[in-house]
Design a protein around this ligand. Structure first.
Ligand code: NDP
Length: 332
């Protein structure tokens, strides 16, 4: 039977404007980095995407290299999109990226115009889309002139292959430069995608100020520290967890679950319980308390994790006492 989304989906989510653009994003977006590769169960992937959209999540975040193997997440998404979401294309913000190694030779990596244009063409084929809503340069390239990379983003918009462009993993200085080059070209930078969680707060040292000043949106990733900022590792490492599955390509590993981290997680879990939230919900809410953040990209391996995460938006306010307690725990 064909998929019919929940009719009350838009009453279940809140949306924030992305910088000074015309686009609003859901407070919680869904990312397909892990959990949508060839090794993953297609029906589970389908159910996760259905649940997300049913909950008002209108933004799905992909990249050329998501899998495993690289490209597989876009293929999985493309298959499900064709079967279930085609009718809803205009209700969706779909993003992809290029910047990490995709193919052999000098043209399959980093930030040349040659790589970005070819990679997006490949991504569009895999997903069965005519255009993506947002196309990102995935990481800064130390060798290619910034102007060339930004010109490639500008060209891609001119060609109608992306509606908006963004940057990811650029530091504050690099971001300011990129935003200004894009502005001069006439293609404004919509958004910056950055890692940000209670355990990784580098964006607080300058990047968020630049984005606020330049009126560029910010969407965060790994805000659950890949699952560490949930209660799942408090009693050992489940076989079906990201750590237990021994994934590669930047996935969290057992060595990161130290006694110090677990001690913090345990105490944060208590603060969350006192707020009547799960730790996952509190970790997402803690990011969203700052209205410079447009959206948090949640990763999910199970339908229940999407349902759990979305509930975070019901309480994103923190008392001073709660914030002080969290700071105290994080500084231990
Ligand atoms: P998260 O920090 O949200 O981690 C996701 C993992 O957390 C899930 O796979 C699951 O782990 C666990 N989890 C989620 N919800 C719950 C819950 N309620 N209870 C218990 N465990 C839970 O984010 P990711 O690191 O996956 O990143 C999210 C997205 O951000 C990516 O999919 C991608 O789109 C984007 N991203 C962008 C990057 C960039 O360079 N621009 C880099 C990395 C990610 P488990 O699998 O163990 O069940």
């Amino acid at each position: 039977m064909s998929y019919i989304p929940s009719s009350d989906r838009y009453s279940q989510m809140k949306y924030r404007r992305c910088g000074n653009s015309g686009v609003k994003l859901p407070l919680i977006s869904l990312g397909l980095w892990h959990n949508f590769g060839k090794i993953d169960d297609l029906e589970n992937c389908r159910n996760i995407l259905h649940t997300a959209f049913d909950k008002g999540i209108t933004h799905f975040d992909l990249a050329n290299n998501y899998g495993p193997p690289p490209g597989a997440a876009e293929e999985t998404f493309g298959k499900i999109f064709k079967e279930d979401f085609k009718t809803y294309r205009d209700e969706l913000i779909i993003s992809s990226k290029a910047g990490y190694t995709m193919w052999e030779g000098p043209y399959g990596d980093f930030g040349s115009k040659k790589y970005l244009v070819a990679s997006l063409d490949q991504s569009l084929k895999r997903m069965g889309l005519e255009y993506v809503d947002i196309f990102y340069h995935h990481r800064p390239d130390p060798e290619t002139p910034l102007e060339e990379t930004m010109e490639a983003l500008h060209l891609i918009v001119q060609q109608g292959k992306a509606l908006y462009v963004g940057i990811s993993n650029y530091n504050a200085t690099q971001s300011e430069k990129a935003i200004n080059v894009l502005r001069q070209l006439g293609t404004p930078c919509l958004i910056h995608q950055a890692r940000y969680s209670m355990f990784d707060r580098w964006v607080e040292n300058g990047l968020l100020d630049v984005l606020e000043k330049e009126k560029v949106g910010c969407i965060t990733f790994s805000s659950l520290a890949q699952g560490l900022l949930t209660n799942k590792y408090l009693k050992g490492i489940p076989d079906d967890s990201r750590i237990g599955r021994h994934l590669e390509n930047g996935a969290i590993t057992e060595s990161q679950v130290t006694p110090e981290i677990l001690n913090k997680v345990k105490q944060l879990n208590e603060v969350a319980q006192n707020r009547n939230q799960t730790l996952a919900q509190m970790a997402l809410a803690w990011i969203l308390k700052d209205d410079r953040i447009t959206s948090v990209i949640l990763g999910a391996s199970k339908v229940q994790q999407v349902k759990d995460g979305v509930e975070a938006i019901k309480n994103i306010d923190f008392t001073k006492d709660e914030l002080d307690k969290i700071e105290f725990i994080l500084r231990q």
